[in-house]
Ligand binder design. Structure first.
Ligand code: ADP
Length: 161
């Protein structure tokens, strides 16, 4: 069974993330979407909220699981028996950081491959921070987040501001 991990902050999950997750689910037997707990970014949504939103939007994908992890990604990958880490690439600016991370991970744990999926054209400009910025100014985020969680995200971000 080929297991892949899609790691990230998912603060909150966007259509760009979901696109990568659904494409990964067609390439691997099982995909574990793993919410990173020890991020230096100051998250707007708690880990539990992010997991809840991810579960809601992936509920129709039979081979997708949602989990969280802290510590090193390679340790988590080893624990789960994953063969790959799947990352989305939006722009050349993503590449430099991702390239460095994959080199380090390869040194730490050579058994796991990093697989990059190019963003779909529709989502190349999209990030969680863009969603939060637009929502905080009362803008329409319905083209950026899955419809099933749109209301939850708007309400939650309004509560925050
Ligand atoms: P962000 O960079 O928006 O904070 P995350 O850390 O949650 O995103 O990212 C998790 C994964 O999803 C990363 O591999 C990231 O490159 C990918 N990703 C995020 N947004 C997009 C997008 N719009 N298109 C493709 N991949 C994306």
């Amino acid at each position: 069974m080929k297991i892949a991990i899609c790691p990230g902050s998912f603060d909150p999950v966007t259509l760009g993330h979901l696109d990568i997750i659904s494409r990964a689910s067609r390439l691997f037997d099982k995909v574990i979407v793993a919410v990173l707990c020890n991020t230096s970014k100051n998250p707007s949504f708690t880990v539990e909220e992010r997991i809840g939103l991810l579960k809601e939007v992936t509920k129709d994908y039979a081979n997708v699981e949602v989990d969280s992890f802290s510590g090193l990604l390679v340790d988590y990958a080893k624990e789960k028996g994953a063969v790959a880490v799947v990352k989305g690439l939006r722009a050349v600016s993503d590449f430099e950081y991702e390239f460095q991370m994959s080199m380090i991970n390869k040194k730490l744990y050579p058994e796991v491959e990093t697989v990059y999926l190019n963003t779909s054209q529709d989502y190349m400009y999209l990030s969680s921070s863009v969603v939060k910025q637009i929502a905080s100014f009362g803008g329409d985020i319905s083209n950026f987040v899955p419809a099933s969680i749109h209301r939850k995200i708007v309400e939650r971000l309004q509560k925050n501001s």
